[in-house]
Write a new protein. Structure first.
Length: 174
């Protein structure tokens, strides 16, 4: 295992098992922002020749400046991360990762339909979103951030979720 992969695995272990990751109201989305970065880092996309990694927030932004601060100067597979906030469903196919906020869950079926068969990792934090087609759905359990993985959805999008990522999922649906 390479040093970079070992470092990322250790970061995951710290994030998941640290007593400091208890999700209080004020830091819940700071932790979820860290999860978004790790979701992207442990996902493989089809070959692409673009220089940026577009991480999009669809709907109202629950992260505020935390996401910008956390991802400042970070890269995904040597690609600079650009954070886009949008409420235009037609722009989502330009994203590599889309976080669908709670304010947009009433449009979830339409969003998933618009991204069908496109290499976009869909992430939410709404109960039952994984059953409606979101690839990764975060939740709070016992005051910790957890997530459910929908492998079928990720595969339909042409994405591969690494075994290191799936180890930390509370459920994996095939």
């Amino acid at each position: 295992m390479s040093t970079a992969k070992l470092c990322m695995l250790l970061c995951w272990a710290i994030i998941i098992h640290s007593p400091y990751v208890l999700a209080g109201e004020s830091d819940e989305y700071t932790l979820k922002a860290a999860f978004l970065y790790n979701f992207a880092a442990y996902t493989t996309w089809p070959d692409s020749h673009i220089d940026t990694f577009n991480l999009c927030i669809y709907g109202s932004d629950p992260f505020g400046s935390d996401l910008d601060f956390l991802l400042k100067k970070k890269k995904i597979n040597e690609r600079t991360i650009t954070i886009r906030r949008t409420s235009n469903i037609d722009h989502l196919d330009q994203c590599q990762l889309v976080f669908i906020s709670n304010s947009a869950t009433n449009h979830l079926t339409k969003i998933i339909g618009a991204l069908e068969d496109k290499p976009v990792l869909t992430v939410a934090d709404s109960p039952g979103a994984n059953q409606l087609g979101v690839a990764l759905n975060m939740a709070i359990r016992e005051d910790k951030v957890t997530f459910i993985a929908n492998l079928n959805r990720a595969r339909k999008a042409g994405l591969s979720l690494s075994a290191q990522l799936l180890r930390f999922a509370t459920e994996v649906h095939q």
